[in-house]
Design a protein around this ligand. Structure first.
Ligand SMILES: [Zn+2]
Ligand SMILES: [Zn+2]
Length: 311
């Protein structure tokens, strides 16, 4: 058996073993080597449970995305062979796809209803990476992979690059690593950059949507450096204060349904309750992230409408 065949056949086991090793390393770093970080038992058990619950569901419904990718394949404009260079190119382009998907999931309430699960903890540790929704394949953003297929990349390669990217991101969820070498921090997403992404501080809202390469945030103006003077306050603008799994998974969908079905709204207002940025309201009674930034004096009022926002 070649190394490639071994990887193909044992990818799930290898990934799970890497997750377990990463979590154990983090625990030892905190408890044996007294590095910074917190892994509270109840919150971590909840994260692991949400991972165990969402992974099989997402694996089953991945068939929706996979079927769409294979259906698009006959319309490809080229037939790109699977080689080391096409793998690298596919990974970089798929990473850009992830950036767009992630940014949409923070800027469109329908996507946020799915992604909020990942941000629902007030802690930041490796088990948080497992805290995922089971609606991933119903949100529609997975269809952003189709352009890669139309360019001519093999659907299996595109799926593999996505899995590899998600595996990389697992290791971003830790407080035990402060900063990595400067060149690495410049090019790649790191624990420091991803801590900012999980922050609810006004300074850190809507920042660092990257998967593996942080260059996309630098290019598109969403990069924010972690500031030691502003410790990250993890969680949601309005934290859930519950350990109820069902509520964590569904609360934003319930909120959308309640808001969009209010009496006396126009069709456009109902549409906005589903697809406008989180915090949008028809009477302006709620705060979107640009409002929070403005209140904190981070966004000049005149420029407020041009700034990036989210929940
Ligand atoms: Zn996010
Ligand atoms: Zn994360």
């Amino acid at each position: 058996m070649t190394a490639q065949e071994f990887m193909n056949q044992n990818w799930v086991v290898i990934t799970l073993a890497a997750f377990a090793a990463g979590a154990l390393l983090e625990l030892s770093a905190i408890h044996v080597f007294k590095r910074s970080g917190r892994v509270p038992l109840k919150d971590s058990a909840l994260s692991i449970f949400l991972g165990l619950a969402s992974d099989p569901v997402n694996a089953i419904f991945a068939i929706i995305t996979t079927a769409a990718l294979f259906a698009a394949a006959p319309f490809a404009i080229a037939d790109i062979p699977v080689t080391w260079w096409s793998f690298l190119l596919c990974f970089v382009l798929d990473d850009l796809r992830f950036y767009l998907h992630h940014r949409i999931c923070h800027r469109v309430r329908w996507g946020w209803a799915m992604h909020v699960v990942h941000h629902s903890s007030t802690n930041f540790n490796m088990p948080i990476a497992l805290r995922q929704s089971w609606m991933k394949h119903f949100t529609g953003t997975m269809m952003l992979k189709i352009p890669l297929i139309l360019l001519g990349f093999d659907p299996a390669l595109v799926v593999f690059c996505g899995v590899l990217n998600a595996t990389y991101q697992f290791f971003l969820h830790t407080e035990t690593i402060d900063r990595l070498p400067r060149w690495f921090e410049y090019l790649f997403n790191t624990p420091s950059h991803h801590r900012v992404h999980h922050g609810r501080n006004p300074e850190y809202l809507d920042a660092n949507f990257a998967g593996t390469l942080i260059i996309w945030d630098r290019m598109f103006g969403t990069f924010v450096e972690e500031d030691r003077a502003v410790p990250v306050d993890y969680g949601l603008v309005k934290n859930l204060e519950t350990s109820n799994v069902f509520k964590i998974l569904t609360h934003e969908y319930v909120g959308i349904a309640k808001d969009a079905s209010q009496r006396g709204l126009s069709l456009w207002q109902r549409f906005c309750y589903i697809f406008a940025p989180p915090g949008w309201s028809h009477d302006g009674s709620r705060l979107m992230s640009m409002d929070i930034k403005r209140q904190a004096g981070l966004v000049p009022p005149a420029d407020a409408s041009t700034h990036v926002t989210s929940a």
